[in-house]
Design a protein around this ligand. Structure first.
Ligand SMILES: [Zn+2]
Length: 169
């Protein structure tokens, strides 16, 4: 085989792209999974708030708006309680898409910034940098469909709230 032919080179490029995209998807899933797990394991400091459970989205909204246990809590406790609530009162989320995206972007921001600095200083291999930045950038944007699917409890298939929303998507 003549390795200098154009068609051989283009196959290498295709395989390289496929490998990079697959790796990027894996890294992306890993990063967002780690962020989610990290937040899941963060503890709400206020014991009463930590142990407080709301089972439905309307109850969550009412609790966050009207109960001093929530609105007098520290911003960090509020953020964590609001994040953890997806385990007790899953899909559809209390927060809108933008807020859901920001919940992943906030903890990722310092990692992103550090990566930009390391890359700028030349500590990053170009292939690694491509995969890494693609994953960091695309991660918060595409994750939500996966999260929505994962957050959909078995019972929500019967829920009239979940249906129309899923059809919209
Ligand atoms: Zn979770």
């Amino acid at each position: 085989m003549d390795f200098s032919t154009g068609s051989y080179t283009s196959w290498v490029v295709v395989i390289q792209w496929a490998a990079e995209v697959s790796l990027g998807l894996y890294v992306l899933d890993l990063i967002t999974g780690i962020v989610h797990m990290h937040l899941d394991y963060q503890e709400v400091r206020d014991r009463a708030l930590r142990l407080h459970v709301e089972k439905t989205i309307p109850d969550v909204i009412r609790f966050e708006k009207e109960d001093p246990l929530f609105y007098t809590a520290t911003p960090n406790d509020q953020y964590l309680w609001n994040f953890h609530v997806h385990h007790d009162a899953p899909y559809p989320s209390v927060d809108d898409e933008t807020e859901l995206m920001m919940q992943i972007i906030r903890p990722l921001a310092p990692v992103y910034l550090l990566s930009v600095i390391l890359c700028y200083l030349g500590y990053m291999n170009p292939t690694f940098a491509r995969i890494w930045f693609a994953a960091l950038t695309v991660g918060p944007l595409v994750r939500f469909d996966f999260i929505k699917i994962m957050m959909t409890p078995h019972t929500s298939h019967k829920s009239p709230r979940a249906r129309p929303h899923l059809q919209e998507a």
